[in-house]
Design a binder for this molecule. Sequence first.
Ligand SMILES: [Zn+2]
Length: 563
Amino acid sequence: MRETRSFDQDQTPRPPAAAGFFSGVHREIWDDADSLLHTKPKEPQRMSESSSRQIVIFDTTLRDGEQSPGASMNLYEKMEVAQALVELGVDVIEAGFPIASPGDFNAVREIAKTVRGSVICGLARCRPEDIDRAWEAVKYAEQPRIHVFLATSAIHREHKLKMDKAEIVQRAVEGVKRAVDYCPDVEFSPEDAVRTEIDFLCQVVEAAIDVGATTVNIPDTVGYATPAHMRRVIEILRNRVPNIDRAVISVHCHNDLGMAVANSLAAVEAGAGQVECTVNGIGERAGNCSLEEIVMALKTRNDFYHAHTRVVSQRIVPTSRLVATVTGIQVQRNKAIVGQNAFAHEAGIHQDGMLKERTTYEIMRPEDVGLTMSDLVLGKHSGRAALADRAKALGYRLTGEQLNLVFDEFKELADKKKEIYDGDIAALIEQQIHGVSELWSLESYQVTSGTGKVPEVTLSVRRGSEVLSTHKVCGDGPVDAVFLAIEELTGISVVCRDFRVHSVTVGKDAQGEVMVQLEYQGELYRGHGVSTDSIEASAKAFLNAINRIASVGNGSQQPSKIR
Ligand SMILES: [Zn+2]
């Protein structure tokens, strides 16, 4: 799936096996810092009780998020996510790592050319060819940014880069200078900053700002920090680096210990002005600081942090759904803010309190994150206007034609299912707007199977005005039989690499959502299908992926790594 990640910014270094290694490093990092903590801390940015500082939201869903295993997006999907991020109100979009592959380069360049309203950033290692390539891709943006990174911790210096401290500083300075020659907005990241000796970190940061870095990002690349630790790092930088006021301090936290959001908040408290995060917290390994959590924490606790963001919180849930759909990484039920249970108050004692006064158990309102109250259930008598209204409330803007198509599907669903929830409507809309042009569609199927019996399938697909049918006795089960029949009719033979079913809403008549990943000629293609019948949903998902394969064959889509 990913072939070019050997120089990934976030790749975990292989730590030596010796016990106590990290504690040794830790001591070395902090030895000379302790004395500093007894010096008078720099006055935090002065503000009145009512004033609130704006925190820059730097979204890296398309770069770090896309590096989650299996989360690769094609060009069209990346453009769609970028547009959604603008509507969400993020300040900076890290669109990719242009030198990583031609696909990454194209995606960053296309986003830079077409997406307006946010800064578009491209990542580069501290190498001339990387920086040149990043600029080639982002230069079309309304507001371009180059993000240069170089590892600074002892473990990376010794094992990965084989460079001493002086060489690191020199390389950082050269890299930032080269980027500044292209672009006034340059971010510098000392990779693995959190495990870098604090003195040396201060030295590198000062040197980068000196030659023009406008943002200095402190990554916790391996997810090693804790909130108190992160707070101290930022405080020391603010105290010790003489030119620190010339740059925005940023943090980039990973969630290996489950503290990415807490660490980012601690950094904000200590004076950081930018937080790097991803939608649904996706990213390398355990992921990144989750955008929805940091944004809602700052919004809900503005009384404490006196900080806010430009994010339109009502766009959070629709954006979360979009990212889950295009990456295939579903959100866990109990995930804060965007999980299915995040606003469900089921325990009797809580329900009683909620009915008397919502704020007894509710610190945020579901509508503030774009979740409409789901007690308004649609059914077969609901009209087009009611559907349009609900689609709008869910954050979708449909064209008249799209609305008509979704309405037809809605009516069909209402015949099978009495109560139609928001999750059902979202699934229908997403199937419609993320669908590919349908060369083949499912006309009908019938399958019989049972214990110790080879399934028997009759299946028809439509291609334009033509209907093709087959009858087979084959497969390991009904789903396998349906897949084999579709392969025969379409003449496209694939290997199924992933198959997942989950229910969209609640109840026995809930719709099943199927995601498949098919391998065809060495490339992976994703498919998605929804139905109250899980075998039909499987057939639709399989055909959806087959249609993607066919659309590439027709040259109607740019090839990229995964579709
Ligand atoms: Zn990262």
